[in-house]
Design a protein around this ligand. Structure first.
Ligand SMILES: Nc1ncnc2c1ncn2[C@@H]1O[C@H](COP(=O)(O)OP(=O)(O)OP(=O)(O)O)[C@@H](O)[C@H]1O
Ligand SMILES: [Mg+2]
Length: 616
């Protein structure tokens, strides 16, 4: 109950924004209905007044109209005038129908466009906590196919329902005014036609849903296989994947076939009902005329009225039951809109501050789930301009530190300070403008390299872009491409190697030129020489920029002023390379393995048959 109230509110809110178009469209449909009504009515006047009873008079407007063309005799000799009037009424009805469709389309497109914009802007403001757990396919569906359902609802269903209601409201009183008995005969089966359509489409809805789900599954398989086509080929699983597709495809076409059969049954049965309504009027109306209860003209006019009314009524049953599909979609869209946004302005008292880059974690505890702590009473203090390496086993919580620093997640136990100010007192935008991060999974947009690199600083000059690319050791690689910086990245950056992608994203972050720079395992896919070049380039700003490097490589740690060793969500040791290799623990083990391997490798190169040397 409460939920549907919410849905209605969204709908009312959306419609209200284009209310004048909707209103004008309803007025147009009113005029169109009236002119439609006139067509059989003109026929009736001609039959009754001109052909049957030329001596009588008709009160009101019609008599005036007859007089204005020169009286009944003139009209009887020039029946083409009535024909012309019928054509004129039909044309006018058509024009108003066109106007209604035009206005309705404008209103609906406006409404849907606004909703799409609103939803998209909202998505960008959803908290990471929500997005991290959400199924992106589901969100995508809500933003595309649910919006489409809503669009169809507004353009087709609401408009048709509105048109039929207006038509009924205008025609039924006018019909009743002419003959109650004839009206009863014309309308008797209409409720049955309506109920049959409404009931049928209500029942078939389940099947419609099954068809849609089957279609969704098919799309999913295709999408997943396209994204993972290399994996499928690498594991030689094409046949298996095709078989899986065939199975779903079979189900989909089976369901579609059932749907088509049921629809065919419906249309033929409801055609029969509509024709039966015509039959009732023909027989009953004929009897009334034969017994002088109604005029020939009235009989003629009512046959026309029934024809105008019956098809929209049959449609009305279908539209009403299909409208419930739209309420499901509206509910799904509303659900996303109801998720509270993360506000940039939180802590806006501090917006616009300039930070020098000191980072302090004090007794910080944090877990993505409240009962599963990832960081446990973490303490460290990084001075502005310091270069710090963070090492630790996988899952220790290293990337979590970045997510907290970027204010992607909020913490509630302990404190994080930037330049001595509590992090959540500084607004999110300011925080993110001061911290350049290179995330563990490099992501590039399917745009040109130039656009990708200038993503964080659009107004940057080309010289700055070349400099940052040079520092990221990717400038020469890019210049080697035939289109240079204009090269457009294929989907998911397919046309670049893993190491190239890492370096392009590094260039993008370097160009941002922030007082704090955090690299999360960024150099994992580059060779040792490139790694050395990049580290040297980063050192150009040593002392001016706080640099946090999360890494698994001892060679990177050696260059840092200090190394933090993270284990199990806390610091297990910290110090310089020399200090840490002097004490037993994770770092010394890591160094032992990496330097040991190097030594073995070098020994085997210089002395292929040689003996093994090992030193602590
Ligand atoms: N969005 C999330 N929701 C719930 N748990 C998460 C989420 N992201 C990470 N975790 C969990 O938090 C823990 C720490 O993850 P984190 O990504 O910080 O590790 P890490 O130290 O960066 O590891 P790696 O070296 O593999 O990158 C892991 O146990 C992980 O399963
Ligand atoms: Mg990580």
């Amino acid at each position: 109950m409460n939920k549907s109230k919410h849905h209605n509110r969204l709908l009312v809110e959306l419609i209200r924004s284009e209310k004048w178009y909707y209103l004008a469209s309803v007025v147009s449909v009113g005029f169109a209905s009236y002119f439609m009504f006139l067509v059989p009515t003109i026929g009736k006047v001609v039959i009754d007044r001109v052909i049957d009873h030329p001596r009588l008079t008709t009160p009101g407007l019609i008599e005036n109209l007859i007089q204005s063309v020169g009286g009944v005799d003139v009209l009887a000799r020039n029946l083409w005038i009535a024909g012309l009037a019928i054509v004129a009424a039909t044309v006018l009805a058509g024009l108003f129908m066109y106007l209604k469709d035009y206005l309705a389309a404008k209103a609906c497109e406006g409404t849907v466009r606004d909703l799409r914009n609103r939803l998209y802007a909202h998505l960008h403001r959803l908290p990471e906590k929500y997005l991290g757990n959400a199924d992106s396919g589901d969100i995508l569906q809500r933003c595309t196919s649910d919006i489409d359902t809503l669009r169809e609802f507004l353009t087709v269903q609401v408009m048709n329902i509105g048109r039929t209601v207006v038509l009924l409201c205008i025609m039924i009183p006018l019909m009743l005014a002419q003959s109650v008995a004839m009206s009863a005969l014309s309308l008797v089966l209409l409720p049955v036609v309506f109920y049959f359509a409404w009931h049928f489409f209500g029942r078939i809805k389940v099947l419609f849903q099954e068809v849609e789900e089957a279609e969704g599954e098919l799309t999913n398989i295709v999408q997943e296989n396209l994204t993972g086509i290399r994996v499928v080929r690498a594991f030689a699983r094409q046949a298996h994947e095709c078989a899986k597709f065939e199975e779903k495809n079979h189900l989909y076409s089976e369901l579609n076939y059932r749907l088509i059969c049921m629809l065919a049954n419906f249309w033929s049965l409801s055609d029969l009902l509509c024709l039966a309504q015509g039959g009732v009027l023909l027989i009953g109306g004929g009897w009334l005329v034969a017994h002088d209860q109604a005029s020939m003209g009235t009989y003629f006019a009512f046959i026309g009225y029934t024809t105008i009314l019956i098809w929209p009524i049959r449609q009305l049953g279908q539209e009403l039951s299909e409208a419930s599909k739209a309420t499901v979609s509206i509910g799904r869209i509303q659900e996303i809109l109801n998720v509270p946004e993360e506000t940039d302005q939180e802590g806006s008292a501090q917006s616009g501050v300039t930070l020098s880059g000191r980072i302090t974690f004090n007794d910080l505890s944090f877990g993505y789930d409240a009962n599963k702590p990832v960081l446990r009473k973490l303490n460290f203090d990084i001075a502005a301009g310091e270069t710090v390496a963070i090492v630790g086993p996988t899952g220790a919580g290293k990337s979590t530190i970045i997510r907290l620093l970027m204010r992607l997640y909020d913490y509630d136990m302990g404190s994080i300070r930037l330049d001595g100010q509590e992090l959540f007192s500084i607004d999110r935008t300011t925080v993110r403008q001061h911290i350049g991060t290179l995330l563990q999974e490099p992501f590039l947009f399917s745009r040109s390299l130039r656009e990708n690199i200038k993503f964080g600083r659009r107004q940057a000059s080309d010289e700055d872009m070349f400099l940052s690319s040079n520092d990221a050791s990717v400038h020469h690689t890019i210049q080697g491409f035939s289109r240079g910086y204009e090269t457009v990245i294929g989907e998911r950056g397919v046309s670049l190697s893993g190491g190239q992608k890492q370096r392009v994203t590094l260039s993008r972050t370097l160009l941002q030129d922030t007082p704090i720079l955090i690299l999360d395992d960024t150099l994992s896919a580059v060779d040792s020489v490139t790694e050395r070049n990049i580290i040297q380039a980063l050192h150009k700003k040593r002392g001016e920029q706080t640099l946090l490097i999360i890494t698994h490589r001892i060679s990177v740690c050696r260059e840092a002023d200090r190394i933090l060793v993270m284990q199990n969500g806390g610091l297990s040791a910290q110090g310089s390379h020399e200090q840490l290799i002097d004490q037993p623990g994770f770092y010394r083990d890591l160094w032992g393995i990496q330097s040991g391997q190097n030594r073995e490798f070098q020994t085997s190169l210089s002395n292929p048959v040689g003996k093994e040397h090992r030193s602590g």
